[in-house]
Design a protein around this ligand. Structure first.
Ligand SMILES: Nc1ncnc2c1ncn2[C@@H]1O[C@H](COP(=O)(O)OP(=O)(O)OP(=O)(O)O)[C@@H](O)[C@H]1O
Ligand SMILES: [Mg+2]
Length: 359
């Protein structure tokens, strides 16, 4: 279980230099608006996955006027993670003092889940966010998932390139269709298996928040119609795909359908209810990860009090604490989470002002 016991952040957003020794339990980061709370969570997320949860660009992450942002963390088991992001240069990632070419090993060693205002995109946004959610889990519990995912992405890119030629290159397309179908079936199997395990854990947690909600239905969609082989569909759809210049069915079209009765959840639930649903999904992911691969993830929870009434805040906090994961929570108001009510949990408090820790 990764427990970060040392965290250093330099020149990241408005954080000039942060050096803290987090607790293995709850880390409450509090301070006024614009003080740098979310930036601390963001730095941890960038370290664990290479990506920010609020910007696709590198430049905004680096402190204005500086040229390199760095994040360094070490765990209680002695694993060391280091990252530097420079303007106009490739990121440098280090694991235990050695350069790492990609994020695979780091992401496996430091799984992190975010609950923030962007988490609503899981219900309100397009399928991409829900595929990412599914793939985060499939990546962590099914060791071959990433290879199959990369294989399918390569096939799709090549197939789409041929489809844009303006005339059908049937022989070449066939080779990619076969390969894409094989990889897609493996991806579908991993996603479906993950979703099947996740669903009861989600339902258990969600019912703790809202009671039994018989109208709510979550369904995994694989990206091509049931009872059809993807290979057959790719062959029969070639002309249509050529018209659009891209492959219309496949694992890149999979989704999770979230409905309340006949309506989409996002058209039916209040913001607070949506947040509870997303929290239950993320808590289920953490629970599944520790159950299946015996690894706990870091939770990066930005402004939990927003949108939740005090009893729901307490319910979410209780479930998060039951996971036994290391939590990094932010709040404008330090008392809003009433953490001290949670018995013997180890708590560290960090007060941030203008990009520095003041106490
Ligand atoms: N590249 C950058 N260089 C310097 N400052 C930046 C950079 N990017 C963002 N900032 C500033 O960093 C500050 C901290 O932002 P952050 O989102 O972490 O605040 P916060 O404490 O989470 O605030 P809130 O309570 O409003 O959510 C903001 O004032 C923002 O304008
Ligand atoms: Mg914030």
């Amino acid at each position: 279980m990764p427990i970060i016991d040392q965290l250093q952040i330099t020149s990241f957003r408005n954080l000039a230099e942060i050096n803290i020794a987090p607790s293995g339990g709850v880390n409450l980061i509090y301070g006024g608006n614009g003080s740098g709370k979310t930036s601390i969570l963001e730095a941890l997320h960038v370290l664990s996955s290479g990506k920010s949860f609020r910007s696709a660009l590198v430049d905004p992450l680096i402190k204005d006027g500086d040229s390199v942002a760095t994040v360094y963390a070490s765990t209680s088991q002695g694993v060391k993670f280091g990252l530097s992001k420079s303007r106009n240069k490739r990121s440098q990632l280090r694991l235990n003092g050695k350069n790492e070419g990609n994020w695979e090993q780091v992401a496996r060693a430091l799984p992190a889940l975010v609950i923030d205002s962007g988490a609503f995109s899981l219900l309100e946004g397009g399928p991409k966010a829900r595929r990412r959610f599914l793939d985060w889990g499939a990546f962590h519990v099914e060791p071959t998932f990433l290879d199959n995912w990369r294989r399918a992405a390569k096939c799709l890119a090549n197939r789409n390139r041929l489809l844009k030629r303006g005339f059908l290159m049937n022989e070449e397309l066939r080779a990619w269709d076969v390969e894409l179908s094989i990889a897609s079936d493996l991806i579908d199997r991993a996603r479906a298996a993950y979703f099947k395990k996740l669903l009861p854990l989600f339902e258990k947690t969600y019912s703790k928040f809202v009671g039994v909600h018989s109208d709510l239905k979550l369904e995994y969609k694989r990206g091509w119609p049931a009872k059809h082989q993807l290979e057959d569909l790719l062959m029969t759809n070639r002309e249509l795909d050529a018209k659009y210049g891209s492959t219309q069915v496949g694992p890149h079209r999979s989704d999770i359908d979230v409905r309340v009765g006949n309506r989409k959840a996002s058209e039916s639930l209040s913001r607070g209810q949506e947040k509870l649903l997303v929290c239950a999904l993320k808590i289920a992911q953490g629970e599944l990860l520790s159950g299946v691969v015996n690894r706990r993830c870091l939770y990066l929870v930005d402004d939990l009090p927003a949108e939740l009434d005090s009893s729901n805040r307490q319910r979410v906090m209780k479930c998060l604490l039951t996971l036994g994961s290391q939590l990094f929570l932010t709040s404008v108001e330090p008392k809003a989470l009433a953490i001290s009510e949670f018995g013997d949990t180890e708590i560290a408090r960090f007060h941030v002002e203008r990009g520095t820790i003041v106490s």
